[in-house]
Write a protein that binds this ligand. Structure first.
Ligand code: CTP
Ligand code: MG
Length: 221
């Protein structure tokens, strides 16, 4: 079956605060978007990549894309951007959704997600145990609960899905979320976690970008 990877890259990067949309911040001379696309292509398991970028960047990004990579315009919320990618993906059999911001994701993780889908899983997400205890709070910051840490996981991308299942999840809800698997869970489908990779961390804050720069610095490695 055909594997299409959707790469949401249309966010503003407000928390990073670099003054440019996050996917276009550079790391060792390549944008975070280029790092993420190269990782997908290097995995050897992806047939086509669709990058989803801010509308005013579609032309510039499209002018300089490798074979097998297409670009479409994203929207205000991440769900709007992913929905635009699903539409552009046409008749894919398996869909991956992979944040542009996870620029250092090892290609072997991408290959493992696809292998699980090929083995018959309908929804697969990489996940890591959490280091901190997590609390839920109300609007005033008063603690409302403390879920048992050992039962919690931090989820990463690429998240992989049977394409028909992901289409159905997006067709049957207009909930706004940052987690594609969360929409799939609502359909009643079974979402399986696999072991994530620390290097698949999402570059979100200035501290994350400093870590990514250190990890890719030829002088310190
Ligand atoms: N994303 C997107 N469209 C949006 C919002 C986010 O395609 N409307 C993408 C981002 O470009 C990123 C991924 O979804 O690759 C994960 O989102 P996040 O880390 O929150 O990135 P930003 O939304 O850009 O950052 P911030 O929330 O700090 O503004
Ligand atoms: Mg965001």
């Amino acid at each position: 079956g055909r594997v299409v990877a959707l790469v949401p890259a249309a966010g503003q990067g407000t928390r990073l605060g670099e003054g440019v949309p996050k996917a276009f911040v550079t790391l060792r001379g390549r944008t975070l978007l280029q790092w993420s696309v190269d990782g997908l292509l290097d995995s050897g398991v992806v047939d086509r990549v669709i990058v989803i970028v801010p509308p005013d960047r579609v032309a510039a990004v499209g002018a300089d894309l490798p074979d097998g990579v297409d670009v479409v315009a994203g929207g205000t919320e991440r769900t709007d951007s992913v929905r635009a990618g699903i539409t552009a993906a046409g008749d894919a059999d398996l869909l991956l959704v992979h944040d542009a911001a996870r620029a250092l994701t090892p290609p072997r993780l991408i290959a493992r997600v696809v292998a699980e889908l090929r083995a018959g899983r309908e929804a697969v997400v990489p996940a890591l145990p959490v280091a901190d205890t997590i609390k839920s709070v109300d609007l005033l910051g008063v603690v409302t609960g403390t879920p048992e840490r050992s039962e919690l996981r931090a989820v990463q991308t690429p998240q992989g899905f049977d394409a028909a299942l992901l289409r159905r999840a997006y067709d049957t809800t207009d909930v706004v979320t940052t987690d594609d698997a969360g929409l799939v869970e609502r359909t009643g489908a079974r979402v399986r976690t696999i072991a994530g990779e620390p290097l698949a961390f999402k570059i979100t804050t200035p501290l994350d970008l400093a870590l990514a720069r250190a990890l890719t610095d030829p002088d310190t490695n």
